[in-house]
Design a protein around this ligand. Structure first.
Ligand SMILES: N[C@@H](CCC(=O)N[C@@H](CS)C(=O)NCC(=O)O)C(=O)O
Length: 213
């Protein structure tokens, strides 16, 4: 099986999951949206997005689905399958609409758009994202004040997914310092090598820099 990736947030998450699980995949850098690449990748993923897992005769896209598949393959409970599963799904679902979405909105303006030269920072969007961040972060802060990890007593995919955009906070500049429990939780995540440095030893061009960083 091959995991196609780039250094952007969702593929970074996919690579970190695969490495954390010790999944038996070959990693291949890809750029499906680059000129001339769509023909190869559209049959595997009509969205042309990454991460993408592919094997002879099949493929799977969406980081969450890939995490579920790799965790099952490895017989791991990183994707919770027991009593903690509803709790994990709750955080995945809430994160997608709330905290992770807020991080995404701000990171897109300050990070992705600047990196790829696709327009000036839209201050209104940043304000909207920051408002959502400050509305949702206290909920995460309170939960993490009661426990070290989001679902059960050890790290799970819920933690990785919730943190999708945080490795890019040099660009996004989300005010994490306002939320000490979230900061402590993120430091715990950074102690996990697969999260801290998922691309170690992989052949992949560096991301274009964000001007001014
Ligand atoms: N919902 C998708 C989002 C995937 C996505 O947006 N991927 C972006 C990077 S964050 C992408 O493919 N960008 C093009 C690239 O990295 O080459 C998932 O969770 O996997």
């Amino acid at each position: 099986m091959k995991l196609f990736f780039s250094r952007n947030p969702n593929p970074r998450l996919g690579v970190a999951v695969a490495r954390h699980l010790g999944a038996k995949v070959a990693f291949e850098f890809a750029s499906p949206m680059a000129p001339g690449q769509a023909e190869r990748f559209r049959p595997l993923n009509p969205n042309l997005s990454l991460p993408l897992l592919a094997w002879p005769g099949g493929s799977l896209w969406e980081a969450d689905a890939i995490a579920c598949r790799l965790s099952r393959d490895m017989g791991s409970d990183f994707w919770r399958a027991g009593d903690d599963e509803p709790e994990m799904i709750r955080w995945l679902s809430w994160g997608k609409e709330e905290f992770v979405r807020a991080c995404d909105i701000v990171h897109f303006e300050r990070g992705t758009k600047q990196r790829y030269g696709i327009g000036p920072i839209d201050a209104e969007k940043v304000a909207e994202g920051l408002e959502q961040f400050h509305r949702t972060a206290p909920i995460l802060e309170a939960a993490l004040g009661r426990r070290p990890w989001l679902a059960g007593t050890s790290v799970s995919y819920a933690d990785f997914r919730m943190a999708t955009f945080l490795p890019f906070n040099d660009a996004a500049r989300l005010p994490l310092g306002d939320y000490p429990e979230i900061e402590r939780w993120y430091r715990r995540l950074e102690e996990i090598e697969a999260w801290r440095d998922p691309f170690q030893g992989l052949d992949a061009p560096a991301l274009a820099p964000v001007p001014g960083l």
